[in-house]
Design a protein around this ligand. Structure first.
Ligand code: ATP
Ligand code: ZN
Length: 294
């Protein structure tokens, strides 16, 4: 493998793929697709993409086939519990592809607690995560491993309950099921191999990480500008969400009035703007920040 270009494994297509590509684009990477559909080269950064099924990503990163990977923590956790000898480092949570792993039972059944699942057959694609959750409550149940169409298992008489990713609940409802427990909360993770990368790749990785952190910071961060009487400054400063030291400038020809500019590191809601107006602010502008280096 190339000693100078990082290799990042991402999902080829599916629920992780779109957000993974979006993150890379926002990080300034120009991706050059090619016909093979397996490898994409990044034109302006020493990085190549390996496009695979999400289930293969933790193994590829652990084996050093890829230096980095983006995968859901559900898939990563299941893989890590199954392969104690194949570990990777989690560099950072990415905040997208959020979902939960839930236990669901037929809608007409009563449910009080996880103890009700004792001795039942539960179908799932996540046997390790499920058995860990059951063991934590000292419950013994029979886990039926299935890959795909898990939600039809109760109808087919294969299982009494299921444990699966739940997004809208519509799929559950369509199969006459209701969710009764949330056992795992997932989001996309950036993984790094435990294999040595060498100095060039390490340097590229720290550049990439600082860009990703910049993209994440930008999502929430806004630039806010407003005018106010100087006397309102202490109260207004208190209302600005997550702002460091604001810039305060006198307004030409308007005695005692100032312009206040600040970077807010938390969401600016309509309510915040109303409070600022009530404190004496006028001409309030909230602008997105396109790029940021922290
Ligand atoms: P592949 O063909 O790569 O194996 P898949 O069918 O296993 O794809 P997807 O449905 O694309 O998987 O889901 C990939 C990952 O996206 C899941 O493992 C999970 O981490 C996350 N995910 C699943 N459902 C949702 C959802 N409704 N919203 C956001 N993220 C989700
Ligand atoms: Zn998959």
């Amino acid at each position: 493998m190339d000693k100078t270009r990082l290799r990042l494994a991402i999902q080829k297509s599916g629920r992780l793929a779109e957000d993974s590509f979006e993150l890379l684009k926002l990080s300034g990477l120009k991706i050059q697709p090619n016909k093979s559909g397996l490898f994409y080269r990044v034109k302006n950064f020493p990085l190549d993409l390996l496009l695979v099924r999400d289930d293969d990503i933790p193994g590829f990163v652990a084996d050093g086939v890829a230096d980095l990977g983006i995968v859901g923590s559900n898939v990563f956790e299941e893989f890590s519990l199954t392969h104690a000898d194949k570990q990777s480092n989690t560099l950072l949570p990415l905040g997208f592809s959020k979902c939960t792993l839930n236990i669901a039972i037929p809608s007409e059944q009563n449910y009080n607690s996880m103890a009700d699942l004792a001795g039942k057959n539960i179908a799932t694609s996540y046997p390790q995560i499920l058995s860990k959750a059951l063991a934590a409550k000292n419950i013994t149940a029979n886990i039926v491993e299935m890959h795909g169409a898990v939600e039809v298992a109760p109808k087919l008489g294969i299982a009494d309950a299921i444990c699966d990713i739940v997004s809208s609940g519509a799929t559950l409802e369509a199969n006459g099921l209701k969710s009764v427990e949330n056992i795992f909360t997932s989001q996309a993770l950036l993984l790094k191999t435990k294999s040595q990368l060498g100095p060039e790749k390490e340097q590229s990785l720290s550049r990439l990480l600082s860009r990703i952190e910049g993209v994440q910071a930008c999502k929430e961060t806004k630039y806010i500008m407003l005018n106010a009487p100087q006397t309102a400054l202490p109260e207004i400063t208190k209302l600005l969400p997550g702002a460091d030291a604001p810039t305060v400038m006198p307004l030409e020809g308007q005695n005692g009035a100032v312009a206040i500019h600040a970077v807010c590191r938390e969401s600016v809601f309509w309510e915040t703007m109303e409070n600022l107006r009530d404190a004496g602010a006028t001409s309030i502008l909230v602008l997105p920040i396109e790029k940021m280096m922290v």
